[in-house]
Design a protein around this ligand. Structure first.
Ligand SMILES: [Zn+2]
Ligand SMILES: [Zn+2]
Length: 129
């Protein structure tokens, strides 16, 4: 579909600095209003070629007013961020963990109260039938 910024030829570069292009830009901005036709921003406006079929002899319809950001997007310099769906964090229910024999002994020594609770829970767990 024609030129991109990176492989513009010299003729095109010169053209963008020419009076004709300058005048065309002014006309388009005057005619359509000084704002980005994509997002409505009014600063840092560029004239972008929708296509290059009529290059050096553009019709107003071949051109679009874009702000710097939308222009960069149009050329794929800035990729539009895709919103990633947020992963829902599944809250894990605190499950009753059965301790190893070693941990039991340790708990009994260090925290007898907790150990009693643990024993009670253990009892509950195995008393279900
Ligand atoms: Zn452009
Ligand atoms: Zn814009």
């Amino acid at each position: 579909m024609g030129f991109l910024l990176c492989n513009m030829d010299d003729k095109y570069k010169k053209y963008l600095q020419s009076d004709e292009w300058y005048q065309l830009k002014i006309d388009i901005l005057e005619y359509r209003g000084h704002k980005c036709e994509k997002c409505g921003r009014t600063k840092n406006l560029h004239i972008h070629h929708k296509h290059y079929e009529n290059i050096y002899n553009e019709e107003p319809e071949d051109l679009i007013i874009l702000c710097g950001l939308c222009h960069a997007k149009a050329h794929g310099i800035i990729k539009e961020k895709k919103k990633k769906p947020k992963k829902k964090k599944v809250k894990k229910k605190k499950q009753f963990n059965q301790l190893t024999r070693r941990e039991e002994i340790n708990l009994k020594k260090t925290n007898p109260h907790k150990y009693n609770i643990y024993l009670k829970k253990l009892k509950d767990k195995y008393s279900k039938y």
